[in-house]
Design a protein around this ligand. Structure first.
Ligand code: DC
Length: 221
């Protein structure tokens, strides 16, 4: 369509709690629509890891903000960001408004690139890209999320008992959803997708249908 270049980018916002399947779905949507994908959780994980490596306390807002300001994209491939400790550290530094502010421009610039982008996180539909034409909020029961996370960690050599992973998830949900700055939650116009009883294929199909409907509305504007 000739008007495509003059339109705002087609942005797909995928939010949801830890291990809900949002990363897998964001990657699948990126492949389906040939759009670049940003896992914004990695940014917070990198800030958490950098803050800890600097020897600072994760509750130290100024130190965490300095780590966020020093962040460079080449750090995002570091396998250390995928560990259980990095997830917990990310959730802790993510409560600081200064950290969130320091990461805002990078995320918005990624979303604005020509053609569009897929971003997954906690506040994409509410704060980073409130005008995104397609918004999903992906959930699953805590038990199912814990088992998915346990398997992911085990595949990377980190063996953790299911009860501990479940406790991690409950703590992350409380902290991510309860913080004052950009708390995790669905945007009013997000479509909820509960993947508890779905295979990856079923969840991907459901996500594709949601995005197709959003894209049709966006094209028809
Ligand atoms: O998606 P993840 O589990 O890798 O995210 C790690 C933590 O980072 C999460 O518990 C909270 C924080 N986070 C956030 O506050 N906002 C985002 N957009 C993405 C992640």
């Amino acid at each position: 369509m000739s008007g495509a270049a003059t339109r705002p980018a087609f942005v797909i916002a995928v939010d949801g709690p830890a291990a809900s399947g949002k990363g897998t779905l964001a990657a699948a949507l990126g492949r389906a629509y040939a759009l670049p994908v940003l896992d914004t959780g990695l940014l917070y994980r990198a800030v958490g890891v950098l803050t800890a490596r600097a020897g600072a306390d994760l509750d130290d807002a100024a130190a965490a903000r300095a780590a966020a300001a020093a962040l460079t994209a080449d750090l995002l491939g570091d396998p250390a960001l995928r560990t259980r400790a990095a997830g917990e550290a990310a959730s802790r530094v993510a409560v600081h408004p200064g950290v969130r502010a320091a990461l805002l421009d990078y995320q918005r610039a990624f979303a604005r690139q020509e053609g569009g982008a897929v971003l997954d996180g906690r506040d994409i539909g509410t704060v980073i890209c409130p005008d995104a034409p397609a918004k999903l909020y992906v959930t699953a029961s805590p038990q199912v999320r814990a088992e998915r996370r346990r398997l992911q960690l085990a595949a990377r050599g980190e063996v953790v008992a299911i009860a501990e992973v479940l406790a991690d998830i409950a703590r992350r949900d409380d902290r991510d959803g309860g913080r004052a700055a950009a708390p995790m939650g669905p945007a009013p116009d997000a479509v909820l997708l509960d993947t508890t009883d779905m295979s990856i294929e079923q969840a991907t199909d459901a996500a594709r249908r949601i995005v197709e409907a959003a894209r049709a509305r966006w094209e028809a504007r």
